[in-house]
Design a protein around this ligand. Structure first.
Ligand code: NAI
Length: 329
């Protein structure tokens, strides 16, 4: 099977190359899939995609025309693929349903700790020779309430770490995690309760029709003043304009974001010497109490290895018997 991998970077290519390729003949491009780059897939039966790509309705039609029948995503999330359209065209799509959940959970904790203890500001001041501590006061996480939205694989890993810090864990998820309930002290409640009672809120649910703009001015206004808000899931779960207003009013004490709703035009690229045209992003970046990382939650050796292995397994399953167990229905 001939495969084209879109959005391949220096950080993930070696892991793909090291996986056992079996029947696969793989080519790579660092370009993201969109209306203009769909043509690159001509002559390839399979393509592999990542979050910067956009497999919309019209792009999928082009891919089908060029002969693409299999798409393996190098991600858990599949919000950048129009699955309904793929199904209608008979294009099979599979994801990587799980890889090190610790990678993203630990990144969420990193954002939380850096914000609470003002690590970035402290470092900047120190580099300028200012060793005063006046701007660097944080709070003990021990004994505080941490609200978790989505206690699947990543949310559960995050919950266990925060439980280890001595935090009270509140959670909101339509599907309670029975295994997690056996392992730690955790209380499930409504989104409203989580918003009202948490000192820290961390988002770990998928982006879908129900969760789009799930965080907006109505629930930002319920939150405890000074709450630390962390999002490592998907940018569009948050209404960015409302988040900016909540930050301006001081309702939100600090925000740690690994994702942003319009990240596709910014993240994973080099914008040195370019003016960023995204006004909202520029405002967001200007807050001293907002820490943004460019969708790097997954960026550990263990996660990259897991993503590469499962992606190759998915393609080989299709190449050998036409069926992959990770196909999205
Ligand atoms: P998972 O499928 O194991 O868990 C998701 C949980 O969210 C499930 O328990 C589900 O019931 C819950 N959920 C669904 N709708 C909800 C709602 N309306 N309110 C509250 N909970 C809800 O997925 P996993 O592996 O934990 O990943 C979670 C998300 O993290 C992914 O969908 C993806 O968007 C994001 N992610 C981000 C990465 C990064 O690098 N920043 C890397 C990998 C995933």
């Amino acid at each position: 099977m001939k495969i084209l991998m879109y959005s391949i970077y220096a950080f993930d290519k070696p892991f793909i190359e090291n996986a056992t390729h079996g029947k696969l003949e793989i080519e790579y491009t660092n370009q993201a899939l969109n209306e203009d780059t769909a043509k690159l897939a001509e002559g390839f039966e399979g393509i592999s995609l990542f979050t910067p790509d956009n497999a919309s309705d019209s792009v999928l039609e082009k891919l089908y025309f060029y002969g693409v029948r299999y798409i393996a995503l190098r991600s858990v999330g599949y919000d950048y693929v129009d699955l309904k359209k793929a199904r209608a065209l008979g294009i099979k799509v599979a994801n990587v349903p799980s890889y090190s959940p610790y990678s993203v959970a630990e990144h969420a904790v990193t954002l939380l700790l850096a914000l609470n203890r003002k690590i970035i500001l402290g470092q900047k001041l120190m580099q300028m020779g200012d060793y005063r501590l006046d701007h660097l006061v944080g709070f003990d996480l021990y004994g505080k309430t941490v609200g978790i939205i989505g206690t699947g694989k990543i949310g559960a890993a995050f919950a266990k770490i925060m439980h280890g810090f001595g935090c009270q864990i509140l959670a909101c998820d339509p599907q309670e995690n029975e295994e997690l309930i056996q392992q730690i002290d955790i209380s499930y409640t409504t989104l409203e309760d989580v918003c009202k009672n948490s000192d820290v809120i961390s988002v770990h649910c998928p982006l879908n029709r129900e969760t789009k703009y799930m965080f907006n001015k109505s629930n930002f206004s319920l939150m405890k003043r000074g709450v630390i808000f962390i999002n490592t899931a998907r940018g569009t779960i948050i209404n960015t304009e409302d988040l900016i207003d909540a930050l301006k009013m001081g309702n939100i004490g600090a925000a740690g974001l690994d994702v942003y709703e319009k990240e596709k035009t910014i993240f994973f690229g080099n914008h040195i010497n370019k003016k960023l045209e995204d006004h909202l992003y520029t405002i967001l970046r200007s807050f001293p109490n907002v820490l943004i990382t460019g969708h790097q939650g997954f960026l550990t050796n263990e996660a990259l290895e897991g993503i590469a292995q499962t992606t190759i397994v998915n393609f080989n399953a299709w190449a050998y018997n036409g069926l992959s167990e990770n196909e999205l229905k």
